[in-house]
Design a binder for this molecule. Sequence first.
Ligand SMILES: *[C@@H]1O[C@H](CO)[C@@H](O)[C@H](O)[C@H]1NC(C)=O
Length: 460
Amino acid sequence: MQRAGLAGLGSVAALWLLLLLALASLAGLWSGRIVEPGILGARFPQEARRPPGSEVRGVEPPPEAATSRLLRPPSQAAQKTFRALLTLPGQAGEPQEGPGESGQEPPPSPSAPRSRWERLGAARGAAEPLSSSSSSPVRGGIFWSRALEAQVPPGFSAAAAASWLRAAREGRVVALERGACGRSSNRLARLSDGSRACVRYGINPEQVQGEALSYHLAGLLGMQERLPPVALSRVEARGGGGGGGQWASVREELRGSHWADGAVVSLARWVDNLTDVVAPAPWRAEAGRRLQPLAAGELRGLGPAQLVELVQWSDLILFDYLTANFDRLVSNLFSLQWDPRVMHRATSNLHRAPNGGLVFLDNEAGLAHGYRLLAMWDKYNEPLLRSVCVFREATAQKVRDLHRHRNAAAELLRLYRTQEPLAELLGFLSDQQAQLLQDRIDLVHKHILHCKAKAAAGAL
Ligand SMILES: *[C@@H]1O[C@H](CO)[C@@H](O)[C@H](O)[C@H]1NC(C)=O
């Protein structure tokens, strides 16, 4: 409250009133989130800023970094909230304005100097034979080289995911623990096959639906290996029906959970030993600056590990744009308002597996929830999308196909129904949400064409 000293006593009172009003409205914006009295500052706007590994560590003690974040001084949290208030809606730290509506082509920016990153891509990619790309990270102006893609650490293979999903659906939940899976309504489940899962109970059903649909959208886009497998389950402590037996062993724990009987929850496979991920240079914006696409000098200086990580980030940013997931990089960007170095800190809901591969965790803010809050978050989502002009070619092709056939929602529904036995229980995207998904696919496709055109022009 250091600024209170600058104001008169009346201003202090007014500020407190303002604080209370804004907290109330912010809590409303984050609808569906549990806002626990006393820790609002620590949880907002990054409820997801739970300690690293909290999604992923079982009964082991959290790592050093996790402990230090848990112990963030309350005064810091309170100050953050206060400063958020003073700057809302985002002004100084706001990334460049987007067009504000999805489904529109990003406004051309002829005056913006072409980034060295793009020039490099254009210069190298245009003349580069596809097969000898080992020295160039970019080919065709806008695609990651195949050699680079081949180095991306494997994630969850389709076979491993399918086998875990089968075990999770057929097995029993033998224990439920608190505290390891984010929000206080979630639980860490131990399954009868010995594996573990984060069980997410949505305050709002759209969150569970978002988790499941985001997982299948990742499948549709060919990037599902980066997400832990997700299955739906109906919680029925009293047995009866096929699902009843699954929860029978944890009746006592369920009683303490306050979950509605019959609720549909998501089970996401728990992954051991994940670590934090800080956004790479292109997105390491400081408050008041625009997002900078990676410059050629930085690209040249980057080692294979950094380039391999950027390959995965390019997918992540497209994925989060398509799902309008504000609970990852976007929530960090939002925090630039009061934390100028937030982009140098760990990214919410993104972790690194022991093999170096990125893991996109906790996607419940995607789709329905994110689409409901587009007005608030697209001014962050869109600049992020536009900051990426290098893509995995397979992802770009998938986007192009979904754009040409205009069937993004239909394909998503087909996958969801085929692969999720409980798909019918949560319903699907509304017609309006389905249209938003298609609009966002179309916008991503246009953006890729825009990058391609810029790259070609740079090669002249
Ligand atoms: C996780 O880390 C612990 C401690 O270093 C190690 O014993 C264990 O094998 C690791 N688990 C996995 C799956 O890598």
